[in-house]
Design a protein around this ligand. Structure first.
Ligand code: GLN
Length: 462
């Protein structure tokens, strides 16, 4: 299987550009070890020997972890992220590191300082982002599964754009130790896979408490495959009208409504009239909180500790300034400036504090909805994948491609995106949102839907 994926990488990479690093030697030696383990029988796990791709913002010991940034282009971590450690313990095969938007800031991988990933369904389109490399690679079978990170939609939006399954777990469900921090109160690691079953298997491997991440939650980890029975009878699903935003592509709204009707056929009770009135504020709240946290988190890149270091001066201040000037791309600098501004003494109350208050309102509104519904169903994105270059000159348009996914990180609840159709050959994703720690409900709905449809089985012809 590892050899097949490596061969596929050789074929598809010249067109797709999903991987920053291919770890072929490591992968083959891990695959050999997996073969040995499996020959012995009962020590193997479901992930033993399974090729897995890691987004390039998760530390891999001895393997370059670039964050798709000039700042970390030559950074080789001395340790593994907890999720990588856990995958290794399961005998998974690490096949490489996936391209992304620089420091996970973006929705298209166009902010990668290295190169842009192309959507395997239409090479002139973006794969989504920031985990665009992970999603594109799963879609075109360069890997069996991948890890992504999701701060405002970066697992779900590319999963939707590439027609794969992508889960953002509850905040605190998966350890962030060894994940390069973007916005620490929003970041969460999760799987990108072909279907709900694979997603459950990866969750079994990576979920759980980690004393090295003080925000990870000490709840027991269920066996996520146990919930994969196809029965949705009596499940209460709500459709929040605010997520069918103005300007949404009609084919997307139509496809999601058809998918919801399918869930109804499968036994779910649908309430089409749910209202979550704070939803429209999520975008503004996110673009205050995320840049604020980013501005603090990225202060560590000073050219002294690690990463790129401007050397052509004797002046420490100039070195610091030039390190950040050359090391960071335009979007990262924009976020640092936005965040620094929002946190500055004169504006803190008006922006940051206000955003935190609205964050609480958004969370409470969702909590109330979950008293009545087991899950909420929405589109993952307002449009199908857009053209490479189309939104690069207009940051606000780019930010808007996450309107449906941002509120979920703000509330800290879990959500999954699954393939739900195509418009003119381009994928459409459906988002299923759940109560805190109800990943099982999401997987159950996703699995039932995938038993009854074949969108997730279609592969791009590349
Ligand atoms: N696209 C959003 C942003 O640019 C979300 C990114 C993410 O989830 N990492 O911030």
């Amino acid at each position: 299987m590892t050899k097949a994926c490596l061969e596929r990488i050789r074929q598809a990479e010249p067109a797709v550009h999903a991987l920053v690093t291919v770890t072929d030697e490591l992968a083959l030696s891990q695959a050999e070890k997996a073969d040995e383990l499996m020959a012995k029988g009962n020590t193997a796990t479901p992930l033993t020997g399974i090729p897995t791709l890691i987004k390039d913002n998760m530390c891999t010991r001895g393997i370059r972890t670039t964050c798709s940034s000039r700042m970390l282009e030559n950074f080789v971590p001395p340790y593994d992220a907890t999720v990588v450690e856990k995958l290794n313990e399961c005998g998974a095969v690490i096949i490489g590191k996936a391209n992304m938007d620089e420091f996970a800031m973006g929705s298209s991988t166009e902010n990668s300082a290295l190169f842009t990933t192309h959507n395997p369904w239409d090479l002139s389109c973006v794969p989504g982002g920031s985990s665009g490399g992970s999603a594109a690679a799963v879609a075109c079978s360069e890997t069996i599964c991948a890890l992504g990170s999701d701060t405002g939609g970066s697992i779900r939006q590319p999963a939707g754009f590439c027609s794969v399954t992508g889960l953002k777990p509850t905040y605190g469900r998966v350890s962030r130790y060894g994940l390069v921090a973007f916005a620490s109160s929003l970041d969460q690691i999760g799987p990108l896979t072909r279907d709900a079953t694979d997603c459950a298997l990866v969750m079994n491997a990576i979920a759980g408490y980690d004393p090295r991440d003080s925000t990870s939650v000490p709840y027991p980890v269920p066996d996520y495959t146990q919930c994969l029975n196809a029965d949705l009878n009596g499940l209460r699903l709500g459709i929040p009208g605010e997520y069918f935003v103005e300007g949404m592509q009609t084919e997307v709204a139509e496809a999601i409504k058809t998918a919801i009707t399918k869930l109804e056929e499968l036994g779910a009770n649908i309430d089409w009239e749910v209202s979550l009135p704070s939803t429209p504020y999520a975008l503004a709240v996110y673009y205050i909180i995320a840049p604020s946290e980013a501005s603090a988190n990225l202060a560590r890149y000073d050219g002294v500790k690690y990463g790129f270091s401007y050397q052509d001066t004797d002046n420490i201040w100039e070195a610091l300034e030039k390190t950040r000037q050359y090391g960071f791309g335009a979007e990262v600098k924009r976020r640092i400036m936005l965040g620094t501004y929002a946190l500055s003494a004169g504006y803190y109350d008006a922006y940051y504090l206000k955003a935190q208050k609205v964050r609480t309102l958004i969370r409470r509104e969702l909590d109330r909805a979950f008293e009545k519904y087991d899950a909420l169903i929405t589109p993952t994105s307002p449009t199908v994948p857009f053209k490479i270059g189309e939104k690069m000159d207009d940051p606000l348009q780019m930010y808007l491609s996450d309107v449906c996914t941002l509120p979920i990180n703000i509330a800290g609840v879990p959500a999954i995106s699954i393939p739900a159709g195509f418009a003119d050959g381009l994928p459409i994703g459906m988002q299923i949102i759940g109560k805190p720690f109800a990943e099982e409900t999401l997987l159950k709905i996703a699995h039932a839907y995938q038993q009854a449809t074949d969108w997730h089985k279609r592969r791009p012809s590349i």
